[in-house]
Structures are given as structure tokens and as C-alpha cells.
Write a protein that binds this ligand. Structure first.
Ligand code: ZN
Length: 598
């Protein structure tokens, strides 16, 4: 069992001496958790040390970043990092003071490491809580190993896929942060796994200190032995990542703190370690539910909610006159790699010439500049003309690719087409040798645009019925807002944060039924400054019911509507001392904006 208590004491001491505040009395904060609407920071139903990981930055880097473009980070000791860490430490010590028992296991050891900030030099104004792949040592046995299985060896690890299939690998061949020096209890692993949806059809038990996977568990083809010595899990790591561009965007400490508290919400509630679909349920957006950080599910809204949740995950608005499904553009590079290159790269192929013309447009250096965010932003005349050229050329390329081409097995082409054209894939009727990819794509486009009309109707119903859906993102938003007063910041900063974000996105965010444009959102907000006091319902679209992230406008509206229910600031002001933390915030912001490699 890892022990964190000395570290935590050090954190609290460092905080109180750094900002010159007196040690917090237990009396004032203790009133806070009694407010019924505020969720506790730790999920009470799953208090598992396997939910969190105390990792070094180097471990996270090698596990996550090395396979993700090896981004650059602001040094730990930099004022930017220290300033952000200040707010995270302030929250951490407050939560541990208010909810001491929730952070400890039965032996009194902390199971939640102190979270740490790292700042990535990058544009995009994003922030995230980072999960990692970790190998934990525990003996595993299969109740029904495959015939001829060899005895389990000491260096094998199992992984359970999101679909519940068990795989077995040599530990030296998998990329996991190694935590096998100390064995974890089989009971703990079983309890942890039972809380995840993907193993719900796999009976788990323990026997003589080993985890036993029952006969109903689905063993993959890689399983050729009777068991394993370790298991791969996805705990949330102690590293919260902010991008320099986010610090450059936020105009104040208060709004920066909201972002950090949102990520902290993901961290303490260990969202990264659970199947997020557990969180998706539907509720009515009314005054009663807005008073709770976790609204009550409404079974009457399930039918409508499930219909919306079953829609394709990605949906973008077609441009006027557009023939192609706009996703075709997003997947253009994939189309080239998975469909055009293997099919049309030899000069003898009938699609060689038209497809080479198409890929030449893709390779034009100006192409990426014009379409970097297409179709998420409106096109100007130049971009529109280039898009038209691209679309016509693509049509000619696809018309020349025949399903059943002798050069490529039809199954390969079919799989590529499925990837490239939306998710429905070609229908059986079209899988004849005579069919071209163009014909398939045309049919899929027709289906897509027909579905759009139906989708619009469903979204209107959702708006009319005030259909809310609770996700890990909404939980993190609601917690961040409720926690702002704990670090001495007014809850209103949550609304200001989303207004800043909406202004940033104005003109970039595409208008459509999934969203109110950022511009319209800000105009609506300006006309009814306190929506919650305006005396009338101002419905704002939640966004795609297939995405955990709601529309920015809804998040702003949600924060505004909840303001009357958030406690007033309880903590004394915890302003970071300018001397120690890099001066006025404006200076730090300028420093973040000027940081290279964004
Ligand atoms: Zn989030």
C-alpha cells in the first residue's frame, strides 16, 4: 500500500506558509458539505486506490506523450506552472480538510495523490485530466482456459477491452507504467472491476489470493495460458495538463482557477478510470434539478434521450450546395491512405489519373491553411472555390474506383469505405462488382441528409421538453462552480469563464441545431444579463446528445442558472502572492501568450 500522508502534511504546511494565511479552522468549512446539493469529491460507491496513480512526469511522458507527438512542456519551476499549481493546492488542502475520511483507505493511508499541474506549450486553449495505462501485480486465473493452455508465466499481463474481451500479453511487450513491484489485493481488483461496465458479463471471484475470471468471460485469441501475473488498468494520473494557450486566453486568476477546478473535478471523481457511459442519463432541466450538482434522472425522458443518443456521434452542417457528406472532408486524408493509395497507385489502374489529380489538391500547401478547421468555420469565397474544386475532383476519383476491383479484395475496399464514408457503410445491395465507390457515397449522403431532417425534429423536441443529460463533463462543471468559493473565488467566475470561451470561439464555431453560435449566445446573454433572474425561460440547446461535452453556450447557461444555489465564498481570500508567483496575472498571461511552440 502506498503511503501519502507525509506528502499531504507537507502540502498543507507549504500552502499556509506560502500565502500567509492562518491554518483553516475546521468549523467554517464543515458547514459546507452538509449542503445537500453538493456532491462529495470522491465517488462513495467506488473508493478504490486503483482509481488513481501517483506517477512521475517522466512516466506520464513516456506512457502518453511519446506516442502522441512528444509535446513540449513549460518547466515545473516556472511561474506559469507554479501559479496554476497554487490554485490546485488550495483546493486540494480544502477538500482534504472538509472530507478527511473520503481520501483515506481503511488503514488511514491516502488513496488520492496530490494532483500536479503540467503546462503544455500548445495552441487550442485546452485542458485535460490524464489517465494512464498501468500494470498492477495480482495473480490471475482463467476458470476455463483454452484447450492446450500452458501454465501461466510470471511476466504476463491481462487487459480487458472496452467490449469485455480478455487479452493476454508479455509484460515486456505492452506499454504500461509498471506498478508490479508490490502486489495489490485480489479482492480490491475484483471490486474495482465489478464497478466497470465492460466486465459486467464476466463473473469475477477470488481464490487463494488470485483473481478468478469465470467461464462466462470472453477470452481473446491471445490467451494461450492458464492465467497471468498482472492486470492493466486505466487509473487517472496525478497530472492535470493545461495548454499555454489556455493561460493566454484566461483574463484573470479567477477564470483560470475555474478551469483548474473543472479538471480537478475529473480528477477527484476519477472520471478517467470509469466507463463514462455510466454517467449518461437524462433529466429535466428545471429549478429543482438546477439546485443539485447531480440532477435526478427522469425515466419519462428516456425514450427521447435514447433516440438522440443513438444518433451518429459526429455531425456537421452541410454547406450550401454541398454534395458530399462533410465528414468526407474531415476524413480526406484517411480516404487517401486507406482507399485511394492501395487502390489507385499504379498507373495501370483506371483510378490512377483522376485520384492523382485529387491528391494533388490535398498536397497543395495552401490547402491545409484554408481548411485547417473546415467545416467547423464558415468559408470565405476563396476557400469556397477551393472546396468546390476539391469536391468535383474527389467525385471523379471515386467514380473510377470500382467495388470488386480485381487488384484489391472487395472486403478490403468495403472496410475502407466504411471508415471513410460515415459509419453506416455500404448496403449489401450495393456490393456488386458493378458498383463504384461514388455510387455508395451518393447513397450514404442521401441517408445522411435525410437523417439530418429527422435529427432536427428530435433536437427541437429536446429543447421543448428541456431534456438535460448528465455526463462527466457536466459533473466537472458543476463541481468546479461549487468549489470556487472554497478557494475564495465568487462562483460567478464560472459564467465569466464560459463567456470568455464563447468570445474566443465566436466566428469559429459552426451554427446549427446542436449549438447556438458563440456570437448569438453572447448576444442572448447580454440581453438578459442574469438569465436566472430574467423571469422567463431562455432555452439554450444542450448540444449533441452523443457527446459528453455540452455546447459552450449551454455550459454558460447552466453555470448562470446554478448561481443562486452555490454557497457564498467561505474561505478567506487566497490570492497568490505576486512576489512568489510571477507578479500580476496580466504579466503571466502575456508570458503564456508569448511562449514558443504554440
Ligand atoms: Zn472536462
Amino acid at each position: 500500500m502506498r503511503k501519502f500522508i507525509p506528502t499531504i502534511l507537507a502540502v498543507i504546511l507549504a500552502l499556509t506558509s506560502a500565502c500567509g494565511s492562518t491554518p483553516r479552522s475546521a468549523a467554517a468549512p464543515k458547514a459546507y458539505p452538509s449542503a445537500p446539493q453538493i456532491l462529495p469529491p470522491i465517488r462513495l460507491d467506488i473508493p478504490s486506490p486503483l482509481d488513481w496513480l501517483d506517477a512521475t512526469q517522466a512516466e506520464i511522458y513516456s506512457n502518453i506523450d511519446a506516442v502522441n507527438g512528444s509535446p513540449e512542456y513549460v518547466p515545473d519551476g516556472d511561474d506559469l506552472t507554479q501559479r496554476a499549481q497554487f490554485w490546485l493546492d488550495a483546493l486540494d488542502s480544502q477538500l482534504r480538510g472538509i472530507y478527511p475520511d473520503l481520501f483515506l483507505d481503511s488503514q488511514g493511508h491516502s488513496i488520492v495523490p496530490r494532483p500536479r499541474i503540467r503546462i503544455m506549450a500548445k495552441a487550442g486553449a485546452n485542458a485535460f485530466s490524464t489517465s494512464a495505462t498501468v500494470c498492477f501485480r495480482v495473480p490471475i486465473r482463467f476458470a476455463a482456459p483454452p484447450a492446450g493452455a500452458t501454465p501461466s508465466d510470471d511476466a504476463s499481463v491481462i487487459q480487458i477491452s472496452p467490449k469485455g474481451v480478455v487479452g493476454l500479453y508479455a509484460k515486456s511487450h505492452v506499454s504500461c507504467i509498471d506498478r508490479t513491484a508490490t502486489a495489490v489485493g485480489a479482492d480490491l481488483v475484483v471490486r474495482h472491476l465489478q464497478q466497470t461496465v465492460h466486465v459486467q458479463h464476466c463473473s469475477l471471484s477470488t481464490d487463494q489470493g488470485a483473481v478468478v475470471l469465470g467461464q462466462d468471460c470472453r477470452l481473446g485469441s491471445t490467451v494461450q495460458s492458464t492465467g497471468a501475473s498482472a492486470i492493466m488498468l486505466e487509473p487517472v494520473s496525478n497530472w492535470i495538463t493545461l495548454q499555454t494557450s489556455l493561460l493566454g486566453l484566461m483574463p484573470s486568476d479567477d477564470q483560470l482557477a475555474y478551469t483548474i477546478l473543472h479538471e480537478a473535478g475529473h480528477y477527484y471523481r476519477a472520471h478517467g478510470s470509469l466507463d463514462k457511459q455510466q454517467y449518461v442519463y437524462f433529466y429535466r432541466i428545471d429549478a429543482e434539478n438546477l439546485a443539485r450538482s447531480q440532477p435526478k434522472a427522469d425515466a419519462d425522458l428516456n425514450v427521447l434521450g435514447q433516440k438522440l443518443a443513438a444518433l451518429p456521434k459526429y455531425r456537421t452542417q452541410p454547406l450550401t450546395g454541398q454534395t458530399w457528406h462533410s465528414e468526407m472532408f474531415s476524413y480526406g486524408r484517411l480516404a487517401r491512405e486507406s482507399l485511394v493509395r492501395p487502390t489507385c497507385s499504379t498507373a495501370a489502374s483506371p483510378c490512377f489519373e483522376p485520384c492523382s489529380a485529387w491528391t494533388a489538391i490535398m498536397d497543395d500547401p495552401g490547402f491545409g491553411v484554408q481548411f485547417g478547421k473546415f467545416p467547423q468555420q464558415p468559408l470565405d469565397d476563396v476557400a469556397r472555390a477551393l472546396y468546390d474544386k476539391w469536391e468535383v475532383s474527389l467525385s471523379q476519383c471515386l467514380a473510377a474506383i470500382a467495388i470488386g476491383d480485381a487488384a484489391l479484395p472487395a472486403t478490403v475496399l468495403d472496410a475502407a469505405a466504411r471508415k471513410v464514408f460515415w459509419r453506416t457503410g455500404p448496403t449489401q445491395a450495393n456490393q456488386t462488382p458493378a458498383a463504384t465507390v461514388l455510387a455508395l457515397a451518393s447513397e450514404m449522403n442521401a441517408q445522411f441528409f435525410a437523417r439530418d431532417a429527422a435529427t432536427d425534429q428530435l433536437l427541437q423536441q429536446a429543447l421543448d421538453q428541456r431534456l438535460g443529460f448528465y455526463t462527466t463533463e457536466e459533473e466537472a462543471d458543476n463541481l468546479a462552480q461549487a468549489w470556487l468559493p472554497l478557494v475564495g473565488i465568487a462562483a460567478k467566475s464560472s459564467v465569466d469563464h464560459w463567456a470568455t470561451f464563447a468570445a474566443f470561439k465566436a466566428g469559429r464555431e459552426q451554427e446549427g441545431p446542436y449549438n447556438l453560435s458563440a456570437k448569438d449566445c453572447l448576444a442572448l446573454y447580454a440581453s438578459t444579463p442574469r438569465w436566472s433572474e430574467s423571469g422567463r425561460s431562455v432555452p439554450v440547446p444542450v448540444g449533441a446528445y452523443t457527446s459528453l461535452h455540452h455546447s459552450s453556450c449551454f455550459r454558460m447557461w447552466n453555470a448562470d442558472q446554478r448561481l443562486p444555489f452555490v454557497p457564498s465564498p467561505l474561505a478567506q481570500s487566497l490570492r497568490p502572492s505576486a512576489e512568489r508567483y510571477g507578479g500580476p496575472y496580466a504579466d503571466l498571461r502575456a508570458r503564456a501568450q508569448a511562449w514558443p511552440n504554440q
